[in-house]
Design a protein around this ligand. Structure first.
Ligand SMILES: Nc1nc2c(ncn2[C@@H]2O[C@H](COP(=O)(O)OP(=O)(O)OP(=O)(O)O)[C@@H](O)[C@H]2O)c(=O)[nH]1
Ligand SMILES: [Mg+2]
Length: 347
C-alpha cells in the first residue's frame, strides 16, 4: 500500500516525509535529478507489542505503509507547469494521497493561506481528471459514429464523473461510481482517498478552517516532528513534555493512513513470529489465509479465531480456550480487525 505525498512547493513535504520515515533530512537528491523517494514505515500497534511481550517470538512484524515523496523537482516558482505535470504523473500509481499544506510563514512565499493552497492543488487534480474523462468520452463518441456499439456502462459512468467534476467536486465524493469495474483502468487523482496534513509552525497546534470534501485532516508541526523523530526515546520523552505533546502527530498520521484505505489487521502469533497482516475490511477467512500464503488458502479447512481483546482479558491462549472465547470459523467468516487467527489447512 503506497501513499504519495503531494503539496505545493515548499509546503514541507520532504520535512514530513523525513519525519515519517525517521530520516534526518538527508533525503535530498544531488545533481537536479527527479527521484521518487520511498520510505517504509511500520504501523504503530499496541496489540502487536502486547502479543510480542506474551510470546517473546524470534521476530515481531508490524503492518507497513510505504510513503513516497517526489524529490528534486524544479522549483514551483520558476516553472509551475512542469512541477505540476511531474507531481501528478508520479501520484497516479499511488493508492491514496497525502496533501501537505503550509501553515507557517515562508521567507520567500510569505504568509500562510492553507485553505487557498488546498483548493489550488485540488483544482489541479480536478482539471487533470476532467482532461482524462473528456478524452475518453470523445473517443467513445467517435466509435459510436463509426457504428461501434458501446460496451457496458463505461460511457454513462464517465458522464457521471464529468458532471461531478463540472460541479467542482472531487471524484472521491462518488466513490461508488469510481469503484465500478468499468472504470478500474483509470487513475483519477481526485478519486483517491485524501488525507490533508496541515503543516503548522512550532508554536501553533490549532487546526485552521479548511474546505474539506470527503477528506480527513490532521495538524502536524512538521519541523518539530522531524527534530523529534531524530531523538532517542528518552530525549524524545523530555522534548514531548516540554512542548505539551502526548502522542506524536506522526503516529496519528500513520494510523489515519491505514484507516483512509479502509484496511484492517489480523494477527498471527507463535514462538517464531508475532505478526500483523493487512487486509481490506470485509475480507473473508479463506482470502485472509491467502494474504499469508496461497497454499494455506488452497488447503483451507478452518480458522481458529480469538478476538485480541478476549485474549488480553483472559491473559493467555490456554486461559482463553478455557473461557470458551476461542472459536472455529469457516471459509466465509468475515475477519474482524484484531482477530488472532490460526489456520488449519491441508495441501
Ligand atoms: N517554520 C517552519 N518551517 C518549516 C516547517 N516545515 C518545513 N519548513 C521549512 O520550509 C522549507 C521547505 O520545506 P521542505 O520540506 O523542503 O518542503 P517541500 O514541500 O519538500 O519543498 P519542495 O520539495 O521544494 O517543493 C524548509 O526550509 C523547511 O525547513 C514547519 O513546520 N515550520
Ligand atoms: Mg521536497
Amino acid at each position: 500500500m503506497k501513499l504519495g505525498i503531494t503539496g505545493l512547493g515548499r509546503a514541507g513535504k520532504t520535512t514530513v516525509f523525513d519525519a515519517l520515515t525517521r530520516r534526518g533530512g538527508e533525503s535530498t537528491p544531488a545533481g537536479g535529478q527527479v527521484v521518487p523517494a520511498l520510505g517504509v514505515v511500520p504501523v504503530p500497534d499496541p496489540r502487536v507489542d502486547w502479543l510480542s511481550a506474551l510470546y517473546r517470538p524470534k521476530k515481531t512484524t508490524h503492518a507497513q505503509i510505504t510513503y513516497m515523496d517526489l524529490q528534486g523537482v524544479p522549483g514551483m516558482a520558476d516553472n509551475k507547469q512542469e512541477y505540476m505535470a511531474l507531481l501528478l504523473t508520479h501520484m497516479r500509481p499511488m493508492d491514496a494521497l497525502i496533501m501537505v499544506v503550509r501553515n507557517f510563514s515562508d521567507p520567500v512565499l510569505g504568509a500562510a493561506d492553507p485553505a487557498k493552497d488546498l483548493r489550488e492543488l485540488e483544482d489541479e487534480f480536478l482539471i487533470a481528471d476532467m482532461a482524462s474523462v473528456e478524452k475518453r468520452l470523445e473517443r467513445l463518441e467517435a466509435d459510436l459514429k463509426r457504428g461501434k456499439k458501446p460496451v457496458g456502462a463505461e460511457k454513462e459512468l464517465l458522464e457521471k464523473c464529468a458532471e461531478t467534476l463540472n460541479s467542482e467536486q472531487p471524484l472521491r465524493t462518488i466513490a461508488e461510481v469510481c469503484n465500478k469495474p468499468e472504470l478500474r483502468g483509470y487513475t483519477f487523482l481526485s478519486a483517491k482517498p485524501l488525507l490533508v496534513i496541515v503543516n503548522n509552525s512550532d508554536e501553533d497546534d490549532s487546526m485552521p478552517s479548511l474546505p474539506l470534501r470527503s477528506a480527513d485532516a490532521v495538524v502536524v508541526r512538521g519541523k518539530l516532528e522531524m527534530e523529534l523523530a531524530q531523538l532517542s526515546d528518552e530525549e524524545a520523552h523530555t522534548f514531548m513534555s516540554d512542548f505539551g505533546i502526548t502522542e506524536s502527530a506522526l503516529d496519528r498520521v500513520i494510523k489515519s493512513s491505514f484507516s483512509l484505505l479502509d484496511l484492517i489487521s489480523f494477527l498471527t502469533v507463535g514462538e517464531d513470529e508475532v505478526r500483523a497482516w493487512t487486509i481490506p475490511r470485509q475480507t473473508n477467512a479463506v482470502d485472509a489465509a491467502g494474504a499469508i500464503h496461497s497454499d494455506i488458502q488452497r488447503g483451507f479447512i478452518r480458522a481458529e479465531v480469538v478476538a485480541y481483546e478476549d485474549l488480553r482479558k483472559a491473559g493467555d491462549y490456554a486461559a482463553a480456550r478455557k473461557l470458551g472465547v476461542v472459536r472455529l470459523e469457516g471459509k466465509t467468516y468475515p475477519v474482524q480487525d484484531g482477530d488472532i487467527m490460526h489456520f488449519r489447512f491441508n495441501v
